[in-house]
Ligand binder design. Structure first.
Ligand code: BES
Ligand code: ZN
Length: 850
């Protein structure tokens, strides 16, 4: 289809496939450039079909032959697949196709990564393997035979036999094609075992390239913890005798939940203290849990169509967040998630790419694996849980698994389960799934005669295609503090349902200080007139850790916004509050590290934009520098002591406690480096025996432009480790001063180890470029141009990763006219590139239409 007439798919057009698929048999004859796939599929016409067209999806396939019930047929090859005349009774479809895994740089379908065959079928990649009804509501059992000379050949389910040059697998659980997987190559396994609570023995393996066996232990433990947690908390057991995880180097996403054969980007499973930071460990634990949890929320119960994606992703993100909170620290996890939500989802929801968690149309589904579907999808479930209460939540989930096991479901099915389990009407709540945009919640207050009244007004700005929004159900968790800091009202969840609504608290002895939106009980933007004194009070006294952090965060933002707008010096009261907190050894180090972490420059830009100002990235950068320098000076006398006190002794353990201490220590080191010229950082670099401390030291030195020697040493030490080299590439760009950022990134794209075809490496460089706020938005426009050049070049190889990275431009309308016209020129250049993919075309068109 021509690129100026892209096809749009609509939720309202859903029609079931006209045939049941009773069984699927696949034979793979593997060779790098000419793999043959033979399919034998049993179809049965549905008696009640509304549409009996026999259409099978297929892309980039060479059809060798096709048969129905043994008789050769000549199907109609049409755009995106084939059509064929078929009998009105059950029949066997057989096809032989040829594909080229070695030439598949899109990393979708069957491709080769580092001499290893692997697959990625979600969302619509199976159609690049063979002709098939490639839609999630078509579920079937798969039997797979792999022929080739690879030492290890894996597919879903259980092994049925193997011999010289072949292996056979059978997956007894009916599944949609997007959960199909095949891996073959020279791999070794790190083995483990788990006994389910009903006594089933499960064999566990993490498959890696020879040499990486030493980086599997942490992932294996994470897998066992996940299996146990899902039994304990949700009552869900694993359902096969074998669970395999494979690490691959070239992967568009983080990881994939294929039934019994999860495939992971090696960055999301391989871990060792020497090569991985605390943040890496935490992410690996979370993503292993996430993919494992999909076995029930995604695989046993899947999605009817891709519009329902948040049914599995929102729920599974919610579940993995619960898991991380249980394994580590609940408040720290919540704060981290809210920071991420504001950094990724709020800009999406407030810009040209805004869409509801359940979109109603798309051109390329790969473009809808978004922060809104994932993170806002998870927030919506968090609100639901808060509204119905914990007991009702688990009651509803139990009903969900009983009622829908083995089915392909919708958001309606999901909400119905909650309605039936709780008797609650969720009609209005459902707006969270259909309306885009972040609600603004304006709060005003009144106090008289011992009665305190909070008045809330909600409104949501227009988003593409949705000019007007109806009021939603918003759970607002509120507590009240007395002026002396005692909590006079424990947390209570107020349920907003109207555009404007008041709630009163009586019997108070004095005007209270409110703590509103505790635990960030709803993904909204709170707007309330308050003072820095009150924020400092909450930072010191709130009993809700999230809101304590939030008060500090608000203070930090106010200070920085005032510095940018008025050129003021940093707020002295805020600096004092910070100093007090940093020195308070009774406070959790991880919490102190979070309060000491300044809001990102992009966050300040967003805040300015929300208040009607045009952000100037250079001014925002300067304010950040001045602030950090002033804070370092204020803490001057205590920094060396704090550094010493927070330096962990003993062996490195990647747990929450150790990570919290190291996070605080790292923050202190970065401040100290502003004063001591890098002496302490150089000592830490030289002594570090783990990547967290080595990396923190290198980052501090590079930020101070004192790290040339260490950067070279780091390169020499780690040049053969792809994952560590990704850090080396990214760090140089992240630490570059604004005027040097584009040149630094450009030079790195010419480095011998830069590799466009490896998404991790491409993202390390281009992601760091887009993530350096002042550097990316430098007035020269060089960074915009460099990113556009690289996106155009990557699009011909890997549309999916290209399209995702276009989001770097989504906030363009908030900047001044100079930057806007520079960005528009680059977006237009991308849009006009010859043979631009459907993926990237959709993204740039939507962004330009802002
Ligand atoms: N099902 C997805 C992987 C996926 C995404 C496949 C897009 C195809 C297209 C997987 O479960 C997932 O969500 N992975 C996330 C990480 C997770 C921890 C949120 C990822 O890959 O980023
Ligand atoms: Zn997922």
């Amino acid at each position: 289809m021509a690129k100026d007439t892209p096809q749009t798919f609509y939720l309202k057009d859903y029609t079931p496939f006209g045939y049941d698929v009773e069984s699927v048999h696949l034979t793979f004859r593997l060779t790098p450039e000419t793999t043959r796939i033979l399919s034998r599929i049993r179809f049965a016409p549905k008696p009640d079909a509304t549409d009996s067209t026999f259409f099978l999806h297929g892309e980039d396939l060479t059809l060798i032959s096709a048969r129905i019930d043994g008789q050769a047929v000549t199907p109609d090859l049409v755009e995106g697949g084939l059509k064929c005349e078929v009998p009105g009774t059950p029949f066997t479809w057989e096809a032989e196709v040829e594909i080229n895994p070695a030439g598949n740089t899109a990393l979708e379908g069957l491709y080769m990564s580092n001499r290893m065959y692997c697959t990625q079928c979600e969302a619509e990649g199976f159609r690049k393997i063979t002709y098939y009804p490639d839609r999630p509501d078509v579920m079937s059992t798969f039997t797979v035979r792999i022929e080739g000379d690879e030492p290890v050949m894996l597919s879903n389910g259980n092994p049925m036999g193997q011999g010289e040059g072949w292996a056979e697998w059978h997956d007894p659980w009916p599944k949609p094609a997007y959960l199909f997987a095949l891996v073959a190559g020279d791999l070794v396994n790190y083995a483990g075992a788990f006994t389910t609570r009903s006594g089933k023995e499960v064999e566990l393996n993490i498959w890696v390239r020879p040499g990486d066996e030493g980086k599997c232990a942490f992932g294996m433990e994470a897998l066992k913890k996940s299996m146990k947690w899902d039994e304990d908390v949700y009552g869900l057991e694993y359902d096969l005798d074998l669970f395999n995880i494979v690490a691959v180097d070239d992967f568009n996403m983080g990881a994939m939940e294929n039934k019994g054969l999860n495939i992971f980007n090696s960055s999301c499973v391989l871990a060792s203290p020497e090569t991985s930071t605390d943040a890496n460990f935490e992410r690996i634990e979370a993503i292993i849990a996430h993919e494992y949890f999909h076995n029930w929320t995604g695989n046993r119960i899947t999605c009817r169509d891709w519009f329902q994606l948040c049914l599995k992703e929102g729920l599974t993100v919610f579940r993995d967040a619960q898991f991380t909170a249980d394994m580590r620290s609940e408040p720290v996890k919540r704060i981290d998630d809210v920071i991420a939500l504001r950094a990724r989802q709020f800009p999406e929801d407030g810009g040209p790419l805004a869409h509801p968690p359940r979109p109603e149309e798309f051109q390329e589904i790969n473009n809808f694996y978004t922060a809104t579907v994932y993170e806002k999808g998870a927030e919506v479930i968090g609100m639901l849980k808060r509204l119905v209460g914990d007991d009702n939540y688990y009651k509803a989930l139990k009903l969900y698994f009983e009622r829908h096991d083995g089915q392909a479901c919708t958001i309606e099915d999901w909400l119905k389960v909650f309605e039936d389990a709780t008797g609650r009407d969720l009609q209005q709540f459902k707006l969270w799934y259909s309306q885009a945009g972040t609600p603004r919640l304006k709060v005003s207050e009144d106090y008289a005669d011992g009665t305190y009244t909070l008045t809330f007004e909600q409104s949501t700005p227009p988003t593409p295609g949705q000019p007007d929004k109806a009021p939603r159900v918003i759970p607002v968790a509120v507590g009240l503090l007395s002026p002396n800091g005692d909590e006079v009202r424990a947390t209570e969840v107020l349920e907003l349902t109207e555009a404007k609504q008041s709630f009163s608290f009586d019997g108070l002895a004095a005007r209270p200080v409110p703590s509103i939106l505790r635990e960030f009980s709803a993904p909204v933007i709170l707007q309330r007139e308050t003072t820095n004194a009150e924020r400092a009070f909450l930072l010191a006294h709130d009993t809700d850790p999230f809101n304590r952090w939030e008060a500090g965060n608000a203070l930090a933002k106010e200070t920085r916004v005032t510095m940018v707008l008025d050129g003021d010096a940093p707020d002295a009261a805020y600096l004092d509050a910070l100093e007090k907190l940093v020195r308070d050894d009774d406070q959790d180090p991880a919490f102190r590290a979070l309060v000491l972490t300044p809001p990102s420059q992009a966050d300040i830009a967003q805040t300015l934009h929300e208040r009607g100002f045009t952000p100037d990235p250079q001014k925002i950068y300067d304010a950040a520098e001045t602030f950090a320098q002033t804070l370092a000076q204020q803490l001057e006398t205590s920094l060396p002591r704090l550094y010493a006190a927070t330096t962990a002794d003993g062996a490195y353990v990647p747990d929450a406690e150790g990570a919290g201490k190291r996070a605080l220590n790292g923050r202190i080191l970065s401040l100290l480096t502003r004063l001591d010229g890098g002496d302490q950082a150089a000592r830490q670099y030289a002594a570090a025996d783990n990547m967290t401390q080595q990396y923190a030291a290198l980052a501090a030195l590079m930020k101070a432009e004192k790290g040339a020697a260490q950067s070279q040493a780091f390169f020499d030490q780690w040049q053969d480790d792809r994952l560590v080299m990704d850090k080396w590439f990214a760090l140089q760009i992240a630490c570059a001063a604004p005027e040097k950022t584009a040149a630094t990134a450009a030079a790195l794209t010419r480095h011998a180890l830069f590799d466009m075809k490896n998404p991790n490496r491409f993202r390390a460089v281009m992601g760091a470029l887009a993530g350096n706020h002042a550097g990316f938005h430098h007035a020269s426009g060089e960074a915009y141009q460099l990113l556009a050049d690289n996106l155009i070049a990557l699009d011909t190889l890997n549309p999916q990763t290209t399209a995702r990275m276009c989001a770097a431009f989504q906030t363009w309308k908030r900047y001044g006219t100079g930057r806007q016209s520079l960005i528009r020129a680059q977006l237009t250049r991308i849009a006009n590139a010859p043979d631009l993919s459907r993926d990237t075309t959709e993204m740039v068109t939507r962004i330009l239409d802002a």
